[in-house]
Design a protein around this ligand. Structure first.
Ligand code: XIL
Length: 345
């Protein structure tokens, strides 16, 4: 019998995993892995906008109800992922209720955003501990994500109060969220912050500006889809420091460690040697997390999947290429990366 990951780490931050619905079935070995090693859960897909409200006003509660019940029964926290995002959102959100060939107006989209956030947060008040209120609002090329970089939110809502700033939808999303659940931890979540100076600068600037306006942001979420080869610890530490300096906490929300250095690499065999190298990488990352845990500024660390059989990195970003980025292998057996974390000697 192998040691329980979360309690062996003994951190004050939550140790979570993203899951599919099947992992809530007690007969499924994934459920046993989940309950044994983690004290926090995130829905990998079934709490996204398209799953929660596929048609206007038709909320789907069954899956999330199961999740919060499972979490309650097993003494786990729930991270809600995610309320406002440009991806996995149904088209009706952005089209006119009267004429589907026309875009929604600012007022329509704001009303829908408010209803979506508050209906869901009210239902799970006290049951969902933390919410990714907005996800991936910074574009890769710099600035806020817009129509050209795949998001309609900013373009339709724009500058509501006329102060020349177009991040108002983000500010309002957080205000609606705080109004709905004063005790929830509210997160602005994004990828690549630890790897791209532009993206980090944009995030720092945005959060600073929003906080100055009194926007209730509690933490910045680093997705941290990283690789065995980078970014290095020094760079990640510096990125964490920039965020902590703003007076908000950090969360690691979607950690996985790809065995590939980039999308040009061909599929390669998952050798023991590679897995040992990955173990060192996981270890250095969790050592870094510990530094921030000791300062009381790291809320939670979530891995994006229970085991390699369920990783989203299979066929992504390269079709036909399999990855092995998690702590347990395709047969749910503990990998060297797991052992590197629980080995306290
Ligand atoms: C991914 C899921 O893991 C996949 O199953 C799905 O096909 C696409 O989305 N950033 C996020 C997550 O915030 O929601 C994404 O999850 C991975 C990238």
């Amino acid at each position: 019998d192998i040691p329980n990951l979360a309690s062996t780490l003994g951190t004050s931050y939550d140790v979570g995993a993203a899951i599919d619905l099947s992992a809530l079935n007690p007969q499924d070995p994934h459920a046993q892995l989940l309950v044994k090693h983690f004290n926090s859960i995130t829905a990998g897909n079934f709490m996204k906008i398209d799953a929660m409200q596929p048609r206007e006003g038709e909320f789907v509660w069954s899956d999330t109800d199961r999740l919060v019940e499972f979490a309650e029964n097993n003494n786990m926290q729930v991270r809600g992922h995610t309320l406002v995002w440009h991806s996995q959102v149904p088209e009706w959100f952005f089209t006119s209720p009267d004429d589907a060939s026309q875009p929604a107006t600012r007022e329509q989209l704001l009303a829908r955003m408010k209803t979506h956030i508050q209906t869901i947060m009210h239902r799970y008040q006290g049951k969902v501990h933390t919410w990714d209120v907005v996800n991936e609002v910074i574009s890769d090329g710099g600035g806020l994500r817009n129509q050209a970089s795949g998001s309609k939110w900013r373009d339709i809502i724009g500058d509501v109060d006329g102060d020349g700033d177009d991040s108002d939808y983000i500010e309002l999303a957080f205000r609606y969220a705080r109004e709905a659940d004063p005790n929830a931890v509210l997160v602005i979540n994004d990828y690549g912050l630890e790897g791209s100076a532009t993206k980090l600068n944009d995030m720092v600037e945005l959060v600073e500006k929003l906080l100055a306006k009194g926007t209730p942001i509690d933490a910045v979420g680093f997705q941290m889809h990283v690789s065995m080869y980078g970014p290095n610890v020094k760079q990640i530490r510096e990125a964490f420091e920039r965020i902590v300096a703003l007076g908000v906490n950090i969360q690691v929300t979607e950690l996985d460690v790809s065995i590939y250095s980039g999308s040009s690499e061909q599929e390669k065999p998952v050798t023991d040697e590679l897995m040992i190298q990955q173990a060192y990488r996981y270890k250095e990352l969790f050592d870094l997390f510990q530094e921030f845990d000791q300062r009381g500024v790291l809320d939670s660390v979530t891995v994006w999947g229970l085991a390699d059989d369920g990783t989203w990195l299979d066929n992504h970003p390269v079709q036909g290429r399999k990855d092995a980025p998690l702590l347990f292998d395709r047969k749910l057996k503990a990998k060297p990366a797991y052992w590197a974390l629980v080995d306290t000697t």
